[in-house]
Design a protein around this ligand. Structure first.
Ligand code: SR1
Ligand code: MG
Length: 410
């Protein structure tokens, strides 16, 4: 079959494409002229549309040859390919915690998935005051199953290496993570910016602390050299859509093999951003509860999968991981993931306050002075965490310090 050459689709182009896809067209029902096409692009990188017909709706995403929010920043198109490959790799492991890939077009770089228009982006829901205690444990479940199932603990190395080869080609988006998340904030770079001069002394402290820079360097190296599992790679609260009872992880275009604590840390870091952006004590307590519930769920389920896999498939790691010394290997591995989680959470908080891509969490604070103070609280918290990383021996140490810092000035 010949590929359609790349061009950016408009509403009519989308109708024409779907008219040629019987399975997708059947989901919509009716005739192409009846299909409503609504642009809902929200992230930094791609065009996103909802296409609805009399019988149903789908979501269509198309890569652009540049960053959507900055057309001068050129970018290869292959990110929707990696998102489709990620969906196909993790859907069988995580069931209803992501969406089905309905279609991928390798010429147009179009991905079509089920529509989640009844769901809300988690960051938006949190900003609107939603208190959904089920979401964080579901994300723990998601990471535990996606990570375990793509790791050497569940699959022979030949299979893992084949999958790693696919995602090792996701270099354009890995470069973004390396630069925007793990590098820029720690040096002068025109992409960095922050909202208030009261943040500047903290930025200067971060950049002149040998302990912090060493911790960041170590995490940067771990990100590139610890291919423990297939990561989502950008698991912030904008990559999650939810209702109170149903949660989906979306936007896996940054997928890459890496340390499991990277995904955990991104999620925890974004809960911490929300924590500092909601000065009410009750909301902060809910965020503490969510971080604890996330980690508890992740830990319990990852360990459950490991322990439950008593007869691992031929070719997987043993005897250490499954033999009589298994508990030693398990504790050591989970401690490593926890250390990475705390470190990458600190990294994510810092880049969202002083780097290129900020988040909207703090925008809901009306008073500019209070807004700046909340941002400064989050930045100082992350700085301390990275500067004293070796002192956080358990998630409870992290939560205890967060609770303490969250009460300052309330
Ligand atoms: C230029 S892309 C900036 C950020 O948006 C994505 O969602 C990732 O978080 C990336 O770091
Ligand atoms: Mg995204």
């Amino acid at each position: 079959m010949t590929q359609t050459p790349y061009h950016t689709l408009d509403a009519n182009g989308i109708r024409d494409l779907i008219a040629g896809l019987p399975d997708v067209a059947t989901r919509l029902g009716g005739a192409p002229a009846q299909w409503r096409v609504r642009e809902v692009s929200d992230g930094n990188l791609n065009n996103v549309f909802l296409v609805g017909g009399p019988a149903g709706e789908v979501c269509l995403k198309q890569s652009l040859p540049h960053v959507r929010v900055d057309p001068a920043w050129k970018m290869p198109l292959d990110r929707t390919f990696f998102e489709a490959a990620w969906l196909r790799a993790v859907l069988p492991l995580v069931g209803g915690l992501t969406t089905e890939c309905l279609y991928f077009d390798p010429g147009l770089y179009v991905l079509i998935v089920e529509s989640l228009s009844g769901h809300t982006v988690l960051r938006t829901a949190l900003m609107q005051g939603a208190d959904w205690p089920g979401v964080a444990p579901r994300i723990g479940t998601f990471i535990a199953h996606a990570a375990f199932g793509t790791s050497l603990l569940a699959r022979p190395f030949e299979e893992v290496f084949t999958t790693r080869r696919t995602f090792a080609a996701n270099v354009a988006l890995t470069r973004i993570t390396l630069d925007l998340v793990l590098d820029d904030p720690y040096r002068d770079h025109p992409r960095n910016h922050w909202h208030d001069p009261i943040l500047t002394p903290i930025v200067l402290d971060i950049r002149s602390s040998a302990a912090t820079l060493l911790a960041v360097e170590n995490l940067r190296r771990r990100f590139l050299s610890q291919p423990q599992a297939l990561l989502h790679g950008d698991l912030h609260t904008g990559s999650i859509m939810s209702t109170a009872d149903d949660t989906r992880v979306i936007d896996g275009e940054f997928a890459i093999y890496g340390p499991i604590g990277f995904d955990c840390g991104m999620f925890v870091g974004n809960l911490v951003l929300h924590y500092f952006a909601t000065p009410e004590r009750a909301a902060r307590k809910a965020a503490l509860r969510d971080i604890a519930a996330f980690w508890g769920s992740f830990h319990e389920q990852f360990m459950g999968l490991w322990k439950g896999n008593e007869t691992p498939p031929p070719g997987t790691l043993r005897p250490l991981a499954y033999g009589p010394a298994a508990h030693v290997a398990q504790h050591a591995f989970m401690d490593e993931v926890m250390g990475d989680t705390i470190g990458f959470a600190g990294i994510e908080i810092i880049r969202r306050i002083i780097g290129y891509a900020h988040t909207a969490d703090f925008d809901m604070i009306a008073d500019p002075k209070q807004r700046a103070a909340c941002r400064a609280g989050a930045l100082a918290f992350a700085y301390h965490v990275l500067d004293h990383l070796g002192e956080f021996h358990a998630i409870n140490d992290f939560l205890y310090y967060l609770d303490e810092q969250g009460q300052v000035g309330l």
